[in-house]
Structure formats: C-alpha cells, structure tokens
Write a protein that binds this ligand. Structure first.
Ligand code: ADP
Ligand code: MG
Length: 383
C-alpha cells in the first residue's frame, strides 16, 4: 500500500479529532458507531457526518454496514497516518520517500527528517494474514478482538523497539533506534544488501564466524534472535560487516524452547553458507556452552527488556499470535478470503511467505542477486 505523505499536511484538526475518535472507539467496538464518534470527538453531529465522509474518501477510515448499525473502522492507512503524524509532531520525521521493502508483516519506507537525513520507517502489519484463521485456533485475543490487527501490530513494534534499543546500547550491530509510535519504528538507514542478495563474499569463513559470534554474543546476553537468516542479516555496502535486523520474534535464553530456537538460528546460517558459498565448517556454537558463558557478558538483556516496559505479558500475547499464524498457515485460500478484521483493501496485498520462518521478502528476489536495494544516493547513519 502507498503511504501518502501529502495527507500528513492536509488533514484538518477536526478531521484529526474524528480519526482519533475512531481509533479510540475501536478499542471496544469492531465497528465504531457514528454516535460514539460524535461523542468522543466532541464535535457536532452534522459536522462529524461530513468529516467521516471525507476521511472515508481518503481511505483513512472505512464505512461498514452492519446488521445492527452503520459505523466506521480505522484502516491501515488511517493508523499509518496517526503514527506518522505523531512522529512528525515530535520532529522525528518529516517526509516519506520510497518503499524499500515489503514483508509478510511489515512495510519498509525510506523517510527523512527536517534536515533531509534519511532513515528507515518500519510499519508493522500483523493481521495482514487473516485474523479469522487465528481466532478460530485460539481465543487468546479475548476481549480485544476488534482492535486485534492494530493491537498486535503495535505490540510487534513496541517489542522490536525495546530490543533494538537495548541491543544498540550494548554495542550489537543493529540499526540505530530513533523513535517509535503505534505500529511504527523509526531507525537509522543502513547502506547494505540483505545477505540473501549477496552471491559472493571474499572470505566466507570470516563472515561465517562473525555471524556465529553474534549468535553467541546474543546468547551470552540472554537472547536468541529467533529469525536469524539471510533475510534479516544485512551486509554493509562499504565495510562488508553484518548488521542484524528484525526483532519481533526474539526470545530469552530462559524460554522453554530456547535451545530449539538457538539451534534453528545456527542451522539457518549453516545451510545458507553451504548452499550459497559452498562453505561448511565443523565449528558451530552450542546452546549450553554459549549460555554457560553468559556471565562473561555481564548483563542480562532479556531481563533488562522486561524491565524496560515490554513485559512478560505482552511478550506472551505476541508470541502466541506468531505461533498461531505459523500453525494456521497462510497456504490456504479460505483464510485470505475470509478477511474480516483487517482493512479489506489490504486483502489483495497478502504476500506469500518467503520461507516458513522468515517473515520477510527482500524487494528483489533471487533472480537479481546482486542488485542494490537502494538506488538513490543516501548517507548512512550507522557504522
Ligand atoms: P520484516 O519483518 O518484514 O521481515 P525487516 O525488518 O526484516 O522486515 O525488513 C525488511 C527489509 O527491509 C530488509 O530485508 C531490508 O532489505 C530492509 N530494511 C529493513 N531495515 C532496514 C534498515 N535499517 N536499513 C536498510 N534497509 C532496511
Ligand atoms: Mg525480516
């Protein structure tokens, strides 16, 4: 979907009040009745009538005819607008550029601040894969059903933010976290190629050990990436150094399946190096040993994240959602046709999964392994 930066400027303050009212109303209503929008916005009835019309025309909300009453629902576009407005109010972000990535559950844009410095905006899109399938599997959403795609997308962003911050503060090679609002995070732009697009490296053994070292450093700090693969490892264009991205699925080394996640991360790298670079090594990290060394790091990032506000409860809710999406599968037609929670206009944008565990697809695919993903001249803000 397109992000319309011009809309950022052309929403009046009354329209904004109405949009916010729809967002608030959707906490308890799947479809927010007009009367509630009037009540929350504090505007006059007639006025609201006109305003919802103009917001609906711009796809920021959508009208839903219900058997009981007519009402409105916030669209992805409307939620994007609210998040971007918050970021621009705080002067974190000023303009929107090209889309550089579209994953199964995120959209990635190049954006800039007032001085023209380029950054990356990641908009989480959980629920793009139909919620219906998930809801049938488990009832963990509880009373939150109506706002589920918004809520889950926001949780994913908050989790990614919490981890990116703590990892960056502790010297891990990750993007620089800049700001977070609703389902969005703003981070430093990395001038790099996803490892997926790299067909040759000078010294595969060296890269292999850097990547395994990072896994071990994560584990020593109490963390497992959980989706550590060629999609989520960027290779810096100039230095050739790896940078790790994409953290919504990170788990603690004290997670009940920690060893399994750890081994899967290790195995992803081994398999990729075998296939892509014909490189195989007898050396690879083991979970127990890595965790036993955890004293060396001197800090427990899993504990610190929990303390930072993204607590165990939020972690659990998100994890169950992610598991359910995997179990529910996105391979079945019936799921995408029963789109009920997410904005209908999104339904045709569902992406097929890259690999079962990677939530992502690079902009280009395998046919163009060396193509740079970012064409324009940009300056990198990260090492
Ligand atoms: P998803 O959750 O959809 O997998 P990712 O965070 O993995 O999203 O990002 C998807 C793609 O967007 C990456 O493969 C990369 O090409 C690009 N990307 C993401 N973050 C950055 C960044 N900070 N700098 C440059 N490119 C990025
Ligand atoms: Mg990814």
């Amino acid at each position: 979907m397109m992000l319309d930066a011009t809309d950022l400027r052309y929403v009046t303050s009354d329209e904004f009040r109405v949009l916010t009212a729809v967002e608030m109303g959707s906490k308890n209503h799947e479809v927010v009745p007009l009367s509630l929008i009037v009540q929350i916005s504090g505007l006059r009835n007639g006025g609201v009538n006109k305003l919802v019309g103009s917001l609906a025309k711009r796809n920021l909300i959508s009208k839903v005819q219900n058997s009981k009453y007519d009402g409105y629902r916030l669209t992805y576009g409307g939620y994007d607008y609210l998040a971007m407005r918050a970021l621009s109010k705080r002067d974190s972000m000023h303009s929107v550029g090209n889309q550089i990535g579209v994953g199964k559950e995120s959209d990635i844009y190049i954006v800039a601040d007032t001085e023209g410095n380029e950054m990356v905006l990641k908009l989480h899109r959980l629920g793009r894969v139909s919620f219906r399938a998930i809801k049938e599997k488990r009832d963990y959403l509880g009373k939150r059903k109506s706002a589920s795609w918004m809520y889950m997308s926001r949780l994913a962003a908050q989790k990614e933010w919490a981890f990116m911050k703590i990892l960056h503060e502790h010297g891990f090679p990750v993007p620089r976290p800049i700001d977070q609002a609703r389902h969005c995070i703003l981070m430093g732009f990395i001038d790099a190629y996803p490892l997926r697009q790299v067909s040759e490296v000078e010294n595969p053994g060296k890269l292999y050990s850097s990547l395994m070292d990072i896994i071990v450093r994560f584990a020593q700090a109490g963390l497992i990436h959980g989706d550590y693969n060629e999609f989520n490892i960027l290779i810096h264009r100039e230095t050739g150094e790896p940078i790790v991205i994409d953290f919504p699925q990170m788990v603690s080394t004290s997670h009940e399946n920690a060893e399994w996640y750890f081994n899967r991360d290790v195995e992803c790298i081994r398999t990729f190096f075998k296939r892509r670079f014909r490189y195989e090594s007898a050396l690879y990290p083991r979970f127990r040993k890595s965790v036993e060394e955890s004293g060396e790091a001197g800090f427990k990032l899993d504990v610190m994240v929990e303390a930072s506000g993204f607590g165990r409860k939020e972690m659990k809710v998100l994890e169950e959602y992610m598991d359910a999406v995997k179990e529910g599968g996105h391979d079945s037609e019936e799921f995408s046709e029963e789109e009920s929670e997410a904005d209908e206009s999104e339904a045709d944008e569902d992406q097929e999964a890259g690999s079962p565990d990677s939530g992502a697809k690079p902009v280009q695919d395998e046919e163009m392994p060396d193509a740079p993903i970012i064409q324009s001249e940009v300056h990198s803000e990260d090492p």
